[in-house]
Design a protein around this ligand. Structure first.
Ligand SMILES: C[S@@+](CC[C@H](N)C(=O)[O-])C[C@H]1O[C@@H](n2cnc3c(N)ncnc32)[C@H](O)[C@@H]1O
Length: 429
């Protein structure tokens, strides 16, 4: 899934920064998990991982990547579709060997998942549902997010998931594995450039390709990992870990407004009244009301404005963290300055100031550029970005800032706890 701020290219830096501080295991909390790229990486490294994101599409990716520790059997669904799975037509199109080669040699059996992905991706009869009606030209709303044929295929998979979910035939892991595969496949053929904030007026080459669901890789693990779909600042108070990784939105662009179609795909199976849900889609892009997804991290700090903003939200998040290390990823063009971030992290660590030379790394990478950025620049058709000192056009830096709390020796901690308990007993009436 394409997402603004995806950290796939920064994984080695994030890992290296923590390793240099002696962090090689424990519980890693990814509180804004997005595509789950970072969460997935740390699961692979052997950490216990907790991920969270308030978007349904991101949550689906995190459940599939983290909570599933072995290829699931899909017993109930395969039983229901037994005749199709045994049919000559199915067997002709389905080859096990390429799947096994692509997935390495897992300890659990990936064939049931591969069969189900083949079934939903290639064998279901097309349908004209919400995606066709709202986001394809044939649907009559004039939107060009997917070709008609692709819309019908997405609707077929959504119908399959909804029905089997209603009948209780899919476990949480099974449902989210298929959903994650569908989200990735739909995103690859969406007629957009970057975000769903706009569709292109002519079909780009990737949108002309057929939709292909790929078998997602399951990361096998003996540990229990968890994925939440909550507000970061509420959830942080309930978690404890070794590392809290913070990668929030960094500008005013709300994710809810830019990824609405992925959200619709991800939550379709759990919507109670689909008719009312579809009727509520509005505007040029078929936006879904997204009040519940408005993030304080996209609101600039402004003395004149009341209410939550990125500075108050970030301060609250970091100071509420119950972790030994807090690692923040932030874009140099973001709403917060590095001095503001450093000041909060030094409060977290209990130090007088933030040691930028030791506790901050700067990673140069390519700027994310969406279609709306390209069209925002007026006559020239390009938003003009400031070229920052010492960088080429299109290059941008990501800051990694680390705050660490001294771990008190166990005996000192026990003594402090005992003192607190004694005080509490003495204070009791
Ligand atoms: C920069 S992206 C994270 C990218 C991620 N690290 C990756 O590699 O894909 C920020 C994410 O924060 C989520 N988000 C924004 N505000 C949130 C909040 N208050 N609570 C939970 N998630 C939030 C957005 O949905 C988005 O997926």
């Amino acid at each position: 899934m394409r997402l603004i701020g995806n950290k796939t290219r920064l994984l080695a830096e994030i890992e290296g920064f923590l390793r240099d501080r002696g962090v090689r295991g424990g519980t890693f909390i990814d509180i804004f998990s997005g595509t789950a790229s970072v969460a997935r990486h740390f699961k692979r490294l052997g950490f216990r991982v907790i991920a969270n994101d308030h978007m349904a599409a991101c949550h689906a990716q995190a459940v599939a990547a983290l909570e599933v520790n072995a290829y699931p059997p899909f017993e109930a669904v395969r039983e229901k579709h037994r005749r199709t799975l045994r049919s000559a037509e199915f067997r002709r199109g389905f080859a096990v060997q390429p799947v096994l080669t692509a997935l390495g040699a897992p300890a659990s059996d990936p064939v049931p998942l591969a069969e189900v992905i083949h079934l939903v991706g290639r064998q279901l009869p097309p349908r004209e549902g919400l995606i066709f009606r709202s986001f394809c030209p044939g649907g009559g709303k004039g939107r060009m997010y997917f070709r008609d044929e692709i819309g019908r295929r997405i609707d077929a998979v959504l119908g399959f998931l909804r029905e089997n979910h209603e009948e209780g035939l899919l476990s949480r892991g099974e449902l989210h594995l298929v959903l994650a595969a569908l989200l990735d496949a739909a995103d690859r053929v969406a007629n957009i450039s970057g975000t769903y904030g706009a569709y292109l007026k002519t079909w780009q080459r990737s949108a002309l390709a057929p939709i292909r669901l790929e078998v997602p890789e399951v990361i096998e693990s003996p540990l229990e990992h968890e994925a939440f779909r909550r507000d970061s600042n509420e959830l942080v108070r309930e978690l404890r870990g070794d590392v809290l990784y913070i990668d929030p939105p960094y500008n005013k662009r709300q994710y809810g407004a830019n990824y609405h179609i992925l959200e619709i795909i991800a939550e379709h199976h759990e919507v109670e009244d689909l008719e009312a849900y579809e009727a509520a889609l509005y505007g040029k892009t078929g936006l879904k009301p997204y009040d519940g997804l408005k993030s304080a991290y996209c609101v600039p700090p402004c003395a004149a404005r009341r209410g939550e903003n990125v500075l108050s939200a970030m301060t609250d998040l970091i100071l509420s963290a119950r972790a030994d290390h807090v690692l923040v990823s932030y874009n140099e063009e973001g709403l917060l300055t590095r001095e503001e971030l450093g000041a909060i992290l030094s409060r977290f660590a209990g130090t007088r100031s933030f040691a930028f030379d030791r506790d901050m790394r700067t990673v140069l990478h390519k700027r994310f550029c969406s279609d709306s950025d390209r069209s925002a620049g007026g006559a020239k058709g390009k938003r003009r970005y400031r070229v920052l000192d010492g960088k080429g056009r299109g290059e941008i830096s990501e800051w990694l800032l680390l705050g660490s709390r001294e771990r008190r020796p166990r005996r000192a901690r026990r003594n402090a706890e005992a003192t607190q308990a004694t005080r509490a007993t003495q204070a009791a009436p």
